[in-house]
Design a protein around this ligand. Structure first.
Ligand SMILES: Nc1nc2c(ncn2[C@@H]2O[C@H](COP(=O)(O)OP(=O)(O)OP(=O)(O)O)[C@@H](O)[C@H]2O)c(=O)[nH]1
Ligand SMILES: [Mg+2]
Length: 451
């Protein structure tokens, strides 16, 4: 897989989200750090990384809704932002004219000739009649290299071993261009974008008038790709980039993201030496694979439905139905903390002072919440959803796993049972949803949720 490290780094962060019990600021901070680490390790520019992770942090913090739902929303945020980060929509190349002429330019050894062969194969497979043209008068072996590649992928080849100037080759062969759907012109490279190369490319471009002038960049230069893409864009009218050798470097993330912010977007990527190892660069598909989500669409669909507020049952309503589990209890404890002491809240409930409530159930303490949080961390999903199923040997296992005392786990379960009972009492007092709404009005004016 291309960019293995980046991929596993981002996946690790997302794994953390899905495994975490609750989405809170600490979790968000942690995954943002993981993402930063993964991106920096693949040579993405520090400034870009910070902007990217800040956006994720802000969006994640602004999320509303249940914890479980939030997790999926964060995964979606990371996914969406990565797509934007890599240039958004895929650009590709549409062969809207016949013949459509592509010119490949770039530095020495960046992969121009190989890419000419790969592109020829790519479009031939799509039913196009392709001609590749060698204009490299600089390196004698270049002619044979492209000729050989053309034979391998079974497309036409044109060139002139004895030509002195690239434009002379065009003069000789241009008349046959019109017989093809696509003409790919391979050019010579240099060590750097020096005057000689600039002059040569400009002269060729003026002569050929290519529909697309494409820069071929070796991924191992990492974020330096930005400078190179910009220089070629300004001096040689380059409008798109193909990044090669993404298979052979850990720095590819830098090259990809660097080019995505230039006026020369990434069109294709080279992921190996073989002629079939060229891929249309589509940020959406690329990110899906990077995150290892074959069924991302299914996940997103789920997020979308759950975001549909009509369908989201709010916790208050679920509590009223007695449909209440440990995850809800935790969320409730936290929101109660924000609202003030539970005993004060209870006072506001009509007729509640007469109710015979277990008073110690109302005295929630911060450290208790922390301990319980650890306990909940060591529970299985089934246990969280159905705490009544937890028997004593499981209590022991949970305590050991969480590094706390069995009494503390029992304390949590007791609290849960009492809260559940209390909910039933509340239900009795409030009767129905209308009663609940009345209570909400008294407490805070606006319609309010237990979240
Ligand atoms: N691993 C890997 N190697 C590649 C890829 N693309 C090209 N190469 C290799 O890179 C080397 C240089 O490729 P060329 O296509 O000759 O590069 P060039 O830009 O035409 O080089 P000059 O014509 O000398 O400027 C060759 O050994 C290719 O096999 C790629 O995507 N992955
Ligand atoms: Mg070459």
């Amino acid at each position: 897989m291309v960019l293995d490290k980046l991929s596993s780094g981002i996946r690790g962060a997302l794994d953390k989200i899905s495994k975490a019990l609750f989405v809170d600021d600490r979790l968000i901070a942690e995954i943002v750090k993981d993402l930063q680490r993964a991106l920096l390790a693949s040579d993405v520019n520090v400034r870009l990384v910070l902007d990217f992770t800040n956006t994720i942090k802000e969006k994640a913090k602004a999320l509303k809704g249940e914890s479980l739902n939030k997790k999926e929303q964060i995964i979606k945020i990371v996914y969406d932002e990565l797509v934007v980060f890599l240039g958004g929509e895929s650009k590709g190349i549409e062969l809207e004219k016949k013949p459509y002429v592509i010119m490949l330019v770039g530095l020495f050894g960046s992969g121009k000739t190989t890419t000419a062969g790969k592109l020829a194969r790519y479009y031939k497979k799509r039913g196009k009649k392709v001609l590749v043209v060698s204009t490299d008068t600089w390196r004698p072996a270049a002619y044979d290299q492209l000729k050989q590649l053309a034979a391998t992928v079974d497309v036409a080849f044109a060139g002139d071993k004895k030509a002195k100037k690239p434009t002379d080759i065009i003069d000789t062969h241009e008349k046959q261009f019109k017989e093809y759907d696509l003409v790919i012109v391979d050019t010579a490279g240099r060590d750097a974008l020096n005057d000689e190369l600039t002059v040569e490319i400009k002269a060729l471009a003026k002569r050929i008038k290519p529909h697309k002038n494409i820069l071929v960049i070796n991924a191992d230069i990492g974020q330096a790709a930005k400078e190179q893409a910009e220089a070629f864009h300004e001096n040689c009218g380059v409008e798109g980039v193909i990044i090669t050798k993404l298979d052979g470097t850990a720095k590819g993330g830098g090259a990809l993201t660097a080019c995505s912010v230039t006026k020369a977007p990434v069109l294709f990527i080279g992921v190996g030496e073989k002629v079939d190892q060229l891929e249309l660069f589509s940020p959406v598909g690329f990110v899906s694979r990077l995150l290892g989500m074959g069924d991302l669409d299914a996940l997103l669909e789920k997020v979308r439905t759950e975001l549909d507020t009509d369908k989201v049952e709010d916790l208050g309503r679920r509590l009223m139905k007695g449909d209440f589990n440990l995850i809800d209890l935790y969320e409730q404890m936290r929101s109660m903390k924000k609202m003030g002491p539970l005993s004060k809240v209870i006072e506001l409930i009509p007729g509640f002072s007469q109710a015979n409530l277990p008073k110690d159930a109302l005295n929630l303490q911060e450290q208790k919440i922390e301990v319980w949080r650890h306990a909940m961390d060591s529970m299985t999903k089934e246990e969280l959803e159905d705490p009544d199923s937890i028997r004593s040997e499981r209590t022991l296992r949970i305590a050991t796993g969480a590094g706390i005392k069995p009494e503390e786990v029992r304390g949590l379960l007791k609290q849960y049972k009492q809260s559940k009972k209390m909910m039933k009492v509340m239900k009795g007092n409030l009767g129905d949803e209308k009663g609940m709404e009345k209570l909400m009005k008294r407490m805070g004016g606006k319609k309010m949720r237990f979240k």
